[in-house]
Design a protein around this ligand. Structure first.
Ligand code: FAD
Length: 493
């Protein structure tokens, strides 16, 4: 293979305009690279995108920010939005044995009738124990159901944990490792221990539509080309070191390509993956979601999230967004999300929008005696097959490499988050880690100066600076040490 000597900044193609692809584009542009983002959908944002619901525009899937989401808050500060955020203390409900209970503080937890005192003590001890564990790797070798049964006992497992696991993972909970519950508990603990010792959730006025609008503006200023409605069909490394990308809008040549799409899509798009690598991408199991957004004239209840432990309801939780977001943001309407996390073989994938609406609204009638169908102003269904890679046993040992065996082609997607839950903060952290680890060694010469903005340090110390030539080959990010991204050889440009 002959590599063409580079005298110009590299042309980078990023496949996928979700938060990960956009974050990588920002980092590369700040280092003076020429970047094009190729997004198959009509809008950028991916799972964090916004859509029209009746007469309002809000997130297609419910999104909140935690106080401990420092990486995301840094980005929002870069975009000039962090100081506009609204922080609200929210309440949590439980729907159990046909009744709605509040579980928003310790007193309510102690009063919660479905569990006896011993069960409650064991449940509390389980959560505390998980919060104290620092080394997550041993938990990857134990099934979450076994670990929770051991700590909380069979009764509490059956009454609380099993329904909650089913709500989040469907039947896939049976093959999920204990790392999943550890990461979930760690995130909630971090949220409570940052600043105010309360669980505060935040949002940007205007929601992710506003965040993405500002992100796109900054990327344009930094010289990034954002191409929407541009579905990539293949990515092939050429003998001269360039990469040919075929899309529904013609072919493009790049010097480097980063794929941020889900792993099964990467396996389809890249014919040159090595056998082992292809198998690794194909073997990652994803959970999807069927998620209804319901715009209402009146509120349902007062809980941001209502966990459902009763069997037989077609959705797995009720998220009342307007207990957090000011209804004035939504023309004085109330917004409720009804998610159903679904494995690949879930029957819900075959339901039409009408069937989803019928089933979900009749379930709301059963749960809330005050709810009336006349209150529904708009109902819209989102379906996403690849939401979260399932953390199965020894998950971190089975991940495909970030630098693929096709020259100058990189595969970085949210499946590479190994010791965290899926959220935008983790995705941004992954972008930083992958950038330092595998993309920096592949950078081409800089244009006269980097354009755009780079985060350095905490949420309070955001600086913009031109790219420097002296830090093109930094040692791996220290944060990588604990994050389980496998060590990778530097790719050959
Ligand atoms: C119901 C739900 C609730 C959530 N709640 C929160 C929350 O409260 N807080 C939080 O921080 N996070 C939350 N998240 C998680 C957050 O949305 C994700 O972590 C994040 O958006 C993932 O970004 P990504 O870029 O990795 O992936 P994606 O958003 O999936 O982006 C991948 C992009 O690639 C594009 N693509 C795929 N194939 C191709 C192709 N062949 N050609 C071109 N483009 C292609 C897709 O269209 C997509 O835009 C939630 C997610 C869901 C689904």
């Amino acid at each position: 293979m002959t590599a063409v000597p580079q005298t110009e900044p590299c042309r980078w193609g990023i496949v996928g305009g979700g938060m990960l692809g956009l974050a990588l584009a920002a980092r590369l542009a700040a280092r003076g690279q020429q970047v094009t983002v190729l997004e198959g959908a009509p809008e950028i944002g991916g799972l964090a995108g916004a859509w029209q619901l009746g007469d309002v525009i809000w997130d297609r899937h419910y999104h909140v920010t935690l106080l401990s989401d420092t990486r995301l808050r840094s980005l929002l500060a870069d975009l000039g939005l962090e100081n506009q955020m609204r922080w609200v203390e929210t309440r949590t409900g439980f729907y159990t044995d046909g009744r709605l209970y509040s579980m928003s503080n310790t007193l309510e937890f102690l009063r919660f009738p479905p569990l006896g005192l011993i069960d409650k003590l064991r449940l509390g001890a389980t959560i505390f124990a998980a919060s104290r564990i620092k080394d997550w790797r041993p938990l990857e070798r134990v099934l979450v159901a076994d670990w929770l049964r051991k700590w909380s006992g069979s009764r509490t497992f059956k009454k609380i944990w099993q329904p909650l696991l089913k709500a989040k993972l469907g039947e896939c909970y049976r093959k999920t490792s204990a790392e999943f519950i550890w990461a979930t508990i760690q995130r909630m603990y971090a949220a409570r221990h940052s600043g105010l010792k309360k669980e505060m959730f935040g949002y940007v006025p205007g929601g992710y539509a506003r965040v993405l609008e500002r992100f796109a503006e900054e990327l344009h200023t930094a010289g990034v080309e954002l191409r929407t409605n541009c579905r990539v069909s293949s990515v092939v490394a050429q003998p001269d070191g360039q990469v040919l990308v075929d899309t529904n809008r013609g072919s493009r040549w790049f010097d480097r390509v980063v794929l941020t799409a889900p792993s099964p899509v990467i396996a389809q798009l890249c014919p040159q993956l090595g056998e082992e690598e292809r198998r690794q991408h194909e073997n990652i199991e994803y959970l999807g979601i069927v998620c209804a957004s319901v715009l209402l004239k009146r509120p349902l209840a007062t809980y941001y999230v209502t966990n459902i432990t009763d069997a037989g309801l077609p959705f797995t939780a009720v998220i009342e967004m307007t207990t957090l977001v000011d209804p004035a943001e939504l023309n004085d309407n109330h917004l409720v999300y009804l998610p159903r996390y679904a494995a690949a073989d879930d029957e819900a994938w075959n339901w039409s929008d009408h069937e989803v609406q019928e089933q979900f609204l009749s379930a709301l009638e059963r749960m809330y005696s005050e709810f009336r169908r006349d209150d529904v102003k708009a109902f819209r269904v989102s379906r996403a097959k690849h939401v979260m890679a399932l953390p199965t046993l020894r998950y971190s040992e089975k991940l495909p490499p970030l630098a693929t065996s096709a020259a100058n082609v990189f595969a970085v997607n949210s499946a590479h988050i190994v010791n965290g839950t899926l959220n935008v903060n983790e995705v941004l952290q992954l972008a930083d880690d992958a950038f330092d680890r595998v993309l920096v060694p592949a950078l081409g010469p800089l244009s006269s100066e980097g354009r755009g903005w780079v985060r350095e340090g905490s949420v309070d110390s955001i600086v913009s600076h031109p790219a420097r030539t002296d830090d093109l080959n930094p040692s791996p990010s220290p944060s990588l040490q604990g994050r389980g991204i496998a060590a990778e050889p530097a790719p050959t440009p």
